[in-house]
Design a binder for this molecule. Structure first.
Ligand SMILES: NC(=O)c1ccc[n+]([C@@H]2O[C@H](COP(=O)([O-])OP(=O)(O)OC[C@H]3O[C@@H](n4cnc5c(N)ncnc54)[C@H](OP(=O)(O)O)[C@@H]3O)[C@@H](O)[C@H]2O)c1
Length: 285
């Protein structure tokens, strides 16, 4: 039985907390508004951007998972949550003389700027061009430079119950396919985010970095067309990439999950067809 703090206990954090509580661990869910956390998860109201609210973390923490996300998509919000918030938690742990066995941080595959369909893994160059990747990388380095053993999980796009924007865009006929070569996207079902973290937390000696995506990077257009076929709606309209302007400048890379799989993690939803298929069967009339 371990004492675990989940800092930023939201969509994935709550799923992880429930799994850990079911295993008998003592779990605190930290967020600004922890009122709705499920039974068994101990609510901890604090603001990661305000060190004063972190003075009394639960004692004897063996594991900390930092998985907060900003409210806004701008550099200031990213710096504040990923870099400063993490720094405040590390300072608070140090000041309180805590010695967690390991700190986990959920980063993102946005740290990879590769845009020509390249395969990337944990050893690939990280040269983000967008502030989101830059701040994530800054936070990763901060954590790896701290005195605590650490593991980073770089997640792809998270989908799952309640996060079905892609399905809804296809259903409403608003999804767009871009002509030309494939644009690869990488994703992970939220059950697998929680499952992979739970797995790594139980691992005797996890590495310091993993990519957290499913087995199959997929052409975005192929995903949209598959969804349209499942939903029985018209295929997404096709736009010429030349007409899209800056919208075209999205990532296009294939993230490899081999290290996570080699560590022993078995995906519940290894492809988008498995994950979206399960979501569609839940929401079928
Ligand atoms: N969504 C994706 O596709 C994606 C992709 C790659 C990586 N990730 C990363 O994966 C992790 C988990 O994602 P998620 O979707 O589960 O996140 P989420 O639910 O959007 O957010 C996590 C929680 O952070 C809390 N939070 C935000 N600001 C806070 C603050 N100042 N102090 C304390 N808590 C704060 C929020 O609760 P309150 O509002 O109650 O404070 C929220 O419940 C995040 O680190 C995210 O960056 C996500």
């Amino acid at each position: 039985m371990a004492r675990v703090l989940i800092a930023g206990c939201g969509y994935v954090g709550t799923a992880l907390a429930e799994r850990l509580v079911a295993e008998g661990h003592v779990v605190w869910g930290l967020r600004r508004h922890p009122e709705g956390l499920p039974p068994g998860v101990r609510p901890l109201a604090a603001d990661l951007t305000d060190p004063g609210t972190l003075r009394n973390l639960p004692s004897g923490l063996e594991c900390v998972v930092y998985m907060a996300a900003p409210d806004r998509l701008d550099d200031e919000a990213y710096r504040s949550i990923y870099v400063e918030g993490l720094s405040h938690v590390l300072d608070a742990l140090r000041r309180q003389g805590q010695e967690p066995r390991r700190i986990f941080f959920t980063s993102s595959t946005v740290v990879y700027a590769q845009a020509n369909g390249e395969w990337v893994d944990e050893r690939s160059p990280t040269e983000p061009v967008h502030f989101s990747g830059t701040r994530m990388l800054e936070a990763e380095r901060l954590l790896l430079g701290s005195p605590f053993p650490a593991t980073i999980l770089r997640l792809g796009g998270i989908y799952g119950p309640g996060r079905v924007g892609r399905i809804e865009r296809v259903r409403r006929g608003e999804a767009v396919c871009i002509d030309g070569p494939p644009t690869y996207t990488n994703r992970i079902h939220h059950d697998d985010c929680a499952g992979a973290l739970q797995h790594l937390m139980a691992h005797p000696q996890p590495e310091d970095l993993y990519i957290g995506v499913d087995d199959e990077p997929a052409d975005e257009c192929a995903v949209l067309r598959w969804l349209a076929a499942q939903l029985g709606v018209p295929l997404p309209r096709v736009e010429r990439s030349a007409d899209l302007g800056p919208r075209r400048q999205r990532g296009n890379k294939r993230c490899r999950n081999a290290r996570l799989v080699a560590s022993g993690y078995i995906f519940r939803y290894p492809t988008f067809r498995d994950g979206y298929g399960a979501l569609l069967s839940c929401s079928a009339p």
